[in-house]
Design a protein around this ligand. Structure first.
Ligand code: NAD
Ligand code: TYD
Length: 356
């Protein structure tokens, strides 16, 4: 790969991928295209291994003229689409932005690839997908594999499912070498404090209630972000066009167990904190509408075909994540204290009376 476009590369997962790609592909030039919504920031790209091979462009994946200019100038031979609205709760309160970024945005990228890759052979389009397209599992259901039926239940999941279908349609209809890399719940450094794990850390450190939706017995399949990105890179390099690859972490605690574990880790690191034990801050609040009960991915295909497997156990990943958030207070506070985030907290949490 010589020239690669990463969309949404200033967000959480995308910024880890840009870092990994520059290190793993020493000849490649990487262009990041990112709108810099509330979720994106150039700070997330501050420690790139070889910044001279990286170009940052602020812009919208829906801007067809900008895509034409970038495709003409950089002659991409690969594109990885991370750009999206990514928070389920925001999709419940305002689904329109999700259709625009996740569905129409993916469509515009596919169209640009179709216009510019007149011979698509050897040029790869990786759409970053999610296990949420499958809906929810019952307690005894087996994990989803790549042939499980799509059954999304939130506007976010539905918008991601639509993008998957479009991307595969462009493979079958126009011969684009489309791949789907389907990650389970990612966590790690640089994740915005609206998402569960950084939210718990941030709220606990500032001595504020830690909101747990519903009965707290929902389960997610947690995957350390560097493992997820390594899986996506393996899909980009060696996946079969037209195929999806499930990338799951294989660790599925209940939300309550996860939140308590994070509180325990903070207790151990901050013996002098007036807020200890941090688990005292946990509050049950009104559930998310349509809250998916359980996610779990069967990763046999990625293991067999790509030799990929997650390397970082949940306990180690949580330790690394807690340490990063403790050592990067400025990064966290710039987001957590922003007017935008405060408005979000009021919008999402003020109606959820504590159920304790
Ligand atoms: P994020 O919200 O941290 O980052 C999204 C990035 O996309 C931001 O930098 C934002 O500025 C950018 N963006 C949004 N709309 C854009 C547009 N119209 N044009 C250009 N840039 C735009 O999200 P994330 O958690 O890093 O997720 C990245 C991708 O991975 C998403 O596609 C998401 O669906 C997928 N994914 C995430 C997870 C997870 O647990 N975080 C799991 C599975 C899949
Ligand atoms: P989240 O990080 O939003 O990821 P997703 O909804 O994509 O899985 O949430 C992870 C889980 O944590 C999910 O079951 C919802 C739950 N949750 C809470 O209990 N409280 C919160 O304040 C948030 C943001 C999430």
């Amino acid at each position: 790969m010589r020239s690669i476009l990463i969309t949404g590369g200033a967000g959480f997962a995308g910024s880890h991928f840009v870092r990994l790609l520059l290190a793993a592909e020493p000849e490649a030039r990487v262009v990041t295209l990112d709108l810099l919504t509330y979720a994106g920031s150039r700070d997330n790209l501050r420690d790139l291994p070889d910044p001279s091979r990286h170009t940052f462009v602020q812009g919208d994946i829906n801007d067809a003229a900008l895509l034409d200019e970038l495709f003409a100038r950089h002659e991409f031979d690969a594109l990885v689409n991370f750009a999206a609205e990514s928070h389920v709760d925001r999709s419940i309160l305002g689904p329109g932005a999700f259709l625009q970024a996740n569905v129409n945005g993916a469509f515009q990228l596919l169209e640009a690839a179709r216009r510019h890759w007149t011979d698509p052979r050897g040029r790869r389009f990786l759409q970053v997908s999610t296990d949420e397209v499958f809906g929810e599992l019952g307690p005894d259901d087996p994990p989803w594999d790549e042939s499980s039926p799509y059954a999304p239940r939130s506007p976010y999941a539905a918008s991601k499912a639509a993008a998957d279908h479009l991307a595969l349609a462009y493979h079958h209809t126009y011969g684009l070498e489309v791949l789907l890399g389907r990650c389970s719940n990612l966590y790690g450094p640089y994740q915005h404090p609206e998402k569960l794990i950084p939210l718990v850390i941030e709220r606990a450190l500032s001595g504020q209630p830690v909101p747990l939706y519903g009965d707290g017995q929902q389960m997610r399949d947690w995957l350390y972000v560097e493992d997820g990105c390594a899986g996506l890179l393996a899909v980009l390099r060696a996946g079969r066009p037209g195929q999806a690859y499930n990338l799951g972490g294989g660790h599925q605690p209940t939300n309550e167990a996860l939140v308590r574990r994070i509180c325990d880790l903070l207790d151990g690191r901050l013996p002098g904190s007036p807020h200890r034990p941090f688990s005292r801050l946990i509050r049950r609040v009104a559930d998310r509408p349509g809250h998916d009960r359980r996610y779990a991915l069967d990763t046999a295909r990625a293991r067999a075909e790509l030799g990929w497997r997650p390397r970082v156990p949940l306990e180690e990943g949580l330790n690394r994540t807690v340490d990063w958030y403790l050592q990067n207070r400025q990064w966290v506070e710039a987001r957590a204290r922003s007017g935008e985030h405060q408005a979000w907290l009021r919008q999402n949490y003020s109606q959820r009376e504590s159920e304790d």
